[in-house]
Write a protein that binds this ligand. Structure first.
Ligand code: FES
Length: 335
């Protein structure tokens, strides 16, 4: 676990203020919370301040605390707890967050970090010489299916190779970051297979609504005396076998219909059934000789009449409790 501290005073700006647009947004955001609960807006306001300034300054934390009527220490706790808040200046054109969690690491995140080390700075949280780029390793950013990936501002760049990340960093360095398409960088659409869909390709087989619509259209066409007879379009679509195990068990035979059309005779079924053994309470109350080594009766609770009389610990002498729930004082007998 890393210690998160504010940046040195030398880099902290003296003042912070939301610009006009963000100021209106902040007021509206605070109004979303009930009176007395305005402090709940601290995280969205800090995120907005970070988007405006690039990082969360001490002045921004204190200004937001003042806006929400909360002690500075409470706002500082929030800013230093959540790693989404950058507490030091980051690159002015891009701060590259490289996911270093297991799926991305297994798919080459270390090589992506090497690219950042060589193109930006050897150490994370340090800007390059021009102050335009910085990088850090972060935990899972939720695009594991397209690992490895990085995030810059609010966009993710997925299915990366070191060469492609180098190109992306160069684009941001030139100020052309907006031209880089976000998402997978290997040509696939979101997380579908690169060569295209391999399953659920036949909408007609998948969607009952599509089949119903086609049936209705065919019925309408037949009623109007044109096109396909309804019988043709009513062809039954067999149920999908997707996800079903291959088995020879008779109960999985689709030829067997349930419920069976042949009704069973309950009396005949009862007569054919094996009868349970007679209940023997004494035998049932004994442990299995094979388990115990010998037949031994279980301990059972004695009958109420055999139980010793219980005395309440509060009433050792049997005196009743007083109205205040305490035992009355015993009067000393005069000597
Ligand atoms: S492990 Fe990298 S995005 Fe989830």
């Amino acid at each position: 676990m890393s210690v998160r501290r504010l940046a040195e005073i030398s880099v902290q700006p003296a003042h912070f203020a939301f610009n006009a647009e963000n100021s209106a947004w902040a007021e509206q955001t605070i109004r979303k919370y009930p009176a007395g609960r305005e402090q709940s807006a601290v995280i969205p306001l800090m995120m907005r301040a970070q988007e405006q300034e690039g990082w969360v300054t001490k002045a921004a934390i204190e200004t937001i605390a003042d806006m929400l009527g909360m002690p500075y220490i409470r706002a500082l706790e929030v800013a230093t707890f959540y790693t989404q808040f950058q507490l030091k200046p980051v690159g002015t054109r891009a701060h590259v967050q490289v996911c270093g969690t297991t799926p991305c690491m297994l798919r080459g995140a270390e090589a992506l970090m090497d690219v950042c080390r060589s193109k930006i700075h050897h150490d994370q949280f340090h800007t390059n010489a021009d102050g335009t780029l910085s990088w850090e390793e972060v935990e899972c950013l939720g695009a594991c299916v397209n690992a490895p990936m990085v995030m810059v501002f609010k966009d993710t760049y997925e299915d990366l190779t070191p060469e492609r990340l180098a190109e992306i960093i160069d684009a941001f360095e030139r100020g052309d970051g907006a031209t880089v398409p976000a998402g997978p960088q290997n040509g696939r659409i979101v997380s579908s297979p690169k060569p295209g869909l391999t399953s659920l390709t036949d909408e007609n087989a998948v969607l009952k609504t599509t089949r119903d619509r086609e049936r209705e259209e065919a019925a309408r066409a037949e009623a109007a005396g044109e096109g396909t007879p309804a019988a043709e379009s009513d062809a039954e679509v067999p149920p999908s076998k997707a996800g079903r195990p291959v088995t020879d068990a008779p109960e999985t035979n689709p030829a067997l219909k349930t419920p069976s059309p042949e009704k069973a005779d309950p009396e005949a079924e009862k007569a054919a059934s094996a009868q349970p053994p007679e209940h023997d309470a004494a035998a049932a109350n004994k442990a299995e000789p094979a388990v115990e080594g010998k037949a031994k009766p279980r301990k059972t609770k004695p009958a109420a009449s055999e139980q010793p009389e219980m005395k309440s610990p509060e009433l050792p002498d049997g005196d009743p409790l007083g109205a205040d729930g305490k035992k009355p004082r015993t009067r000393k007998k005069p000597v």
